[in-house]
Write a protein that binds this ligand. Structure first.
Ligand SMILES: NC(=O)C1=CN([C@@H]2O[C@H](COP(=O)(O)OP(=O)(O)OC[C@H]3O[C@@H](n4cnc5c(N)ncnc54)[C@H](O)[C@@H]3O)[C@@H](O)[C@H]2O)[C@@H](O)CC1
Ligand SMILES: Nc1ncnc2c1ncn2[C@@H]1O[C@H](COP(=O)(O)OP(=O)(O)O)[C@@H](O)[C@H]1O
Ligand SMILES: [Mg+2]
Length: 283
C-alpha cells in the first residue's frame, strides 16, 4: 500500500509562480456552522485561509458572522439559507466544503439539498461531518458531476456505507466505493483514523504515516476540511492535493506533540500552516 509521507507531500507543494494572483489559488466556499457549531466552520475557513486558498467565503448561520469577521477577516460571509445569493455565488467557486457544524435539523437538510443540486462538473465538493450523516440518514443521491471527496470518521463511514466499524476493511470499503463510482467515477474517500486511509478514484489506497492521539479533540476534522480545500484549490492533480493535505495536517500535529504538547489544538495547528507549507515548497 502506498504511503503518504513527507517526501511525497514535498513533491506536491510547489513554490508559487512570481506572476500570480489570488485567483490562481482557488476560490473556496465553506458551508456549515449552525447556531451551536459555529466554531466548526470557523476552524474550516481558517484552515483554508492559512493553507493558502486564494479567496475564502463562509456560508453560515448569521449569528456566527461577528465571530467570523473578528477572528478571520480574510473570509467573506454569507447567510447559508440565502438561496438567491448562493445560486449566483456557487458557480464562481472551484472548491466547496459542506458539513462542518452544519447540524442535522430540517434547515440543515434543506441547505445540503440545495447545495448538492447546484455543484457542477468542474468543481470539487468536500463532504464532511453533519453532511455525511444527513446523506446517510435521508438516503440522498450523490451528485453525479463534481469531484466528491468524503471525509468521514469511522462512525460517519459506518452510517454512509453501512459497514460496521469492525468490518471496515479495504476490500469492504472498495466494494462500496465501486458501486458508487458507477454513478460518479470521481469519488474519493478520506477515512479518518489513527492512520487515515485515502481511497482514490484510480482504486489506489494510500495510508498516512503521520498523526497522533493528540489530534483526538473536537475540531480536528473540521480543520482538515479547510486544509484539503486549500490544497485542491492550489495544487494539481486534485488527488495528490488531497493526499498532501492529509499529511500536512498530521505532520504539524506531530511537530506540536514532539514539542511536548499533550493535545494538538486546531487553533495551534492552523497558524503553523503557512510556515510549514513554505518549508515544504523551499526544501
Ligand atoms: N466546535 C464545534 O463547533 C465542533 C463541531 N463539531 C461538529 O459537530 C457535528 C457532529 O460531529 P461529531 O463527530 O462530534 O458527532 P457524530 O455524532 O457525528 O459522531 C460521534 C459519534 O460517533 C462515535 N464514534 C465512533 N467511532 C468514532 C470515531 N472514530 N471518531 C469519532 N466518533 C466516533 C462516537 O462515540 C459518537 O457516538 C459535525 O458537524 C462536526 O463538524 C465537531 O467537529 C466538534 C467541534
Ligand atoms: N489517535 C489519533 N491518531 C491520529 N489522528 C487522529 C487520532 N484521533 C483523531 N485523529 C485525527 O483527528 C481528526 C478527527 O476528525 P473528526 O472526528 O471529524 O473531528 P471533528 O469532527 O471533531 O472535527 C482526523 O483527521 C483524525 O485522523
Ligand atoms: Mg468531523
Amino acid at each position: 500500500m502506498p504511503k503518504i509521507d513527507l517526501k511525497f507531500t514535498k513533491s506536491v507543494i510547489t513554490k508559487r509562480p512570481e506572476n500570480s494572483y489570488k485567483g490562481n489559488f482557488g476560490r473556496i466556499l465553506v458551508i456549515g456552522g449552525n447556531a451551536n457549531f459555529g466554531g466548526a466552520i470557523i476552524m474550516s475557513a481558517s484552515a483554508a485561509v492559512y493553507a493558502g486558498a486564494g479567496l475564502v467565503t463562509t456560508a453560515t448561520e448569521p449569528s456566527n458572522f461577528t465571530a467570523l469577521h473578528s477572528r478571520l477577516p480574510e473570509s467573506m460571509v454569507v447567510d447559508y439559507s440565502d438561496e438567491t445569493y448562493l445560486k449566483e455565488l456557487i458557480p464562481t467557486m472551484n472548491v466547496l466544503v459542506i458539513g462542518p457544524g452544519l447540524g442535522t435539523s430540517a434547515k440543515s437538510l434543506q441547505i445540503l439539498n440545495f447545495v448538492l443540486g447546484q455543484v457542477s462538473a468542474e468543481q470539487s465538493l468536500i463532504i464532511d461531518g453533519s453532511a455525511i450523516t444527513l446523506i446517510a440518514e435521508h438516503h440522498l443521491p450523490f451528485p453525479t458531476a463534481p469531484k466528491l471527496i468524503f471525509t468521514p470518521h469511522q462512525m460517519e463511514w459506518q452510517r454512509l456505507s453501512q459497514i460496521a466499524i469492525a468490518d471496515q476493511t479495504d476490500d469492504q470499503n472498495q466494494a462500496v466505493l465501486a458501486q458508487w463510482r458507477q454513478h460518479n467515477p470521481n469519488i474519493t474517500l478520506v477515512l479518518k483514523a489513527h492512520r487515515t486511509k485515502v481511497y482514490l478514484p484510480d482504486n489506489s489506497v494510500w495510508e498516512n504515516t503521520a498523526g497522533n492521539p493528540g489530534m483526538a479533540t473536537g475540531g480536528s476534522g473540521d480543520t482538515l476540511t479547510g486544509i484539503l480545500a486549500a490544497c485542491v484549490g492550489q495544487f494539481q492533480p486534485a488527488d495528490k492535493a488531497v493526499l498532501a493535505g492529509v499529511y500536512i495536517h498530521s505532520d504539524i500535529a506531530d511537530e506540536l506533540t514532539d514539542d511536548g504538547n499533550y493535545v494538538t489544538l486546531p487553533q495551534e495547528i492552523i497558524p503553523l500552516l503557512p510556515k510549514f507549507m513554505g518549508r515544504l515548497a523551499s526544501d
